[in-house]
Design a protein around this ligand. Structure first.
Ligand code: NAP
Length: 248
């Protein structure tokens, strides 16, 4: 039987690249999205056209009841859950900390920290041998921002990713003896539309000369690291991070 993977924010960008590669590797792919149903449906169609199996599931990861419904739908339609990619994430317009209001900071923390916590909780309840599960793997999509701090752009976003990294470290130790591995990837400047949400669609082009490899990355390059961490090839790797940032 095919393994089942759930990817939050799997309709666009890095999440969509993870979905396509997971399908290529034989996973049955559950693609969560928040509002862009058309993008998620397009990824499902692309997977089905290659002979794979995928479904799109709407849920806002910020909302506890919606997260519970999302995982219940995965249970009902796929049975066992083997892998979770906590990929959904947001940033807001570039600004200094002295300009930020609480509503903005809370929205970033809710999506990038509370959402992954809730999804990880639901995944552990299903995967953990302590709860009768057969194990599994979780990858949290963090950012190089967690280390660099994103001054003058979005320190709130950077701080949310640092919190996500601490979730990766703590949870990996909590469930290491229960058949679950938890790891993170830290992408650098990747070509997706996320930068437009920060108010600068051309951000990767502006900053690429600061990348030792001299270019931005592609979502597929991040997806390969995510899928490796989920695979048996990474069977002794947990609480670990892969930087996918061209050296930046
Ligand atoms: P993106 O193209 O903007 O896509 C974001 C995805 O997240 C979308 O599918 C969106 O759903 C989903 N999403 C957002 N809020 C959600 C919520 N509350 N509930 C469910 N889904 C939600 O972003 P990306 O560039 O691929 O980024 C993916 C991840 O990589 C993020 O965690 C980001 O922080 C991280 N990252 C990106 C970069 C980069 O340079 N692009 C660098 C480092 C880290 P809809 O499609 O329905 O809107």
């Amino acid at each position: 039987m095919n393994k089942t993977i759930l990817i939050t924010g799997g309709g666009r960008g890095i999440g969509a690249a993870c979905a396509l590669l997971a399908a290529e590797q034989g996973y049955r792919v559950c693609i969560n999205y928040r509002s862009d149903a058309a993008a998620a449906a397009q990824v499902v169609r692309a997977i089905e056209a290659q002979g794979g199996a995928a479904l799109a599931l709407q849920a806002d990861v910020v909302d506890e009841a919606e997260v519970e419904r999302l995982f219940a739908e995965v249970d009902a339609r796929c049975g066992q859950l083997d892998a979770l990619v906590n990929n959904a994430g947001v940033l807001a317009r570039q600004m200094r900390v002295d300009q930020m209001d609480a509503a903005r900071i809370r929205r970033i923390m809710d999506t990038n920290v509370v959402g992954p916590f809730l999804c990880a909780r639901e995944a552990v309840r299903r995967m953990s041998t302590r709860h009768g599960g057969s194990g599994g793997a979780i990858v949290n999509v963090s950012s190089r921002a967690a280390v660099l701090g994103s001054p003058n752009e979005y320190v709130d976003y950077a701080a949310s990713k640092a919190a996500l990294d601490t979730l990766t470290i703590g949870l990996s130790k909590e469930v290491a003896g229960e058949g679950i591995r938890v790891n993170g990837v830290r992408p650098g400047l990747i070509h997706t539309t996320m930068h437009a949400d920060g108010g600068e669609p051309g951000r990767v082009e502006r900053l690429q000369s600061s990348v030792p490899m001299g270019r931005g990355g592609e979502p597929e390059e991040v997806a390969r690291a995510v899928l490796w961490l989920l695979s048996e090839a990474a069977s002794y790797t947990t609480g670990s991070f892969i930087e996918v940032s061209g050296g930046r």
